[in-house]
Design a protein around this ligand. Sequence first.
Ligand code: DAV
Length: 375
Amino acid sequence: MAPTVVSSWNDFDPLKHVIVGRADHTCIPPAEPATEAKVPEDSDMRGLWGPRPLETIEKANAQLDHLVSVLEARGVKVDRPELLQWNQAVHTPDFSTGTMFGCMPPRDVLLTVGKEILSAPMSFRCRYFEYLAYHSLMQRYFDEDPNFRWEQAPRPRLTDASYKAGYFDDITIEERLKRTASLNFVTTEHEPLFDAADVCRIGKDLFCQHGLTTNRRGMAWLQRHYAAHRVHAVNFPGDPYPIHIDATFVPLRPGLIINNPNRRLPEDQRRIFEANDWEIIDAAQPAHTEPPPLCYSSVWLSMNCLVLDHHTVCVEASETHQLEQLDKLGFEVIPVPFRDAYPFGGGLHCATADVYREGKCEDYFPHQISGTRIE
Ligand code: DAV
């Protein structure tokens, strides 16, 4: 019988095969309607675009390669994306952008659900063609595994109709927080949009962050596509830049989730976890007060850990508080230096995408509570 190459239902069962990104050729993309969203007002990246400095790429790649060796030493098979020259302009019938982005964070674009890997639509124009970096890997899995489903969500058009004009003009943090709380984001409901990293996979239930990169129509598309799953919309009002769920709400093992204490899941959305005896605890504070230079993400990449199995977790080596919290929770904690890779699109979870984890599709939430489900 041909081997199963692709299968993963959650973020905590034993990891056996994973994709780790690369920093090569990564660009800071020019401003576009969706990215204005992400770059903080006072960021050193404002107004800059083009290829990232070579020495930063080399440092990031050294840490990515080290992560690969840590995983391989633990018996995890690792694949890497194919390199593309991201410093190219892109023109589609609907939009143009001066450069693409990169392929350090495969988690953002690749959604593994069971025997399927799906490329997400992505709401940033600069990320429209990012899935190409994984094309030859998908082709290989397709040839090796007769049950692998190679999928792609509908390609979005990303015309101006997909974004609210002027959304970021003179916007303060207070205003951003108000908008997050009232589910008012830069993307419109013109077409389905989601990033894979907005989806938290917990067996039969998929919890999607409604935010700057994922809209309601995207979640409706996911529910129809994954008809045997239950898709839920979750939202984290304390986050001024709600992009991707994995520095906000991170499952560690069956029954346990760490939640960013500045971005707590609202009471009505917690009920489904409580009703099924899942514990949601505050994540430890980050060890740093600032992200590294030229970084999109917040200091909360501290909690963006990569779970290897129910007892083992990789955490960024300088995140002393997070290391200690996970140690106290009974995990074997593997410190992995990764701060030089952060500016390229995230932490240890972002930088990886699941190919194979042991285990099957469990129903962890048999008691369904109304309020979060996407119909
Ligand atoms: O807190 O900046 C980062 C998530 C990256 N995938 C944050 C979210």
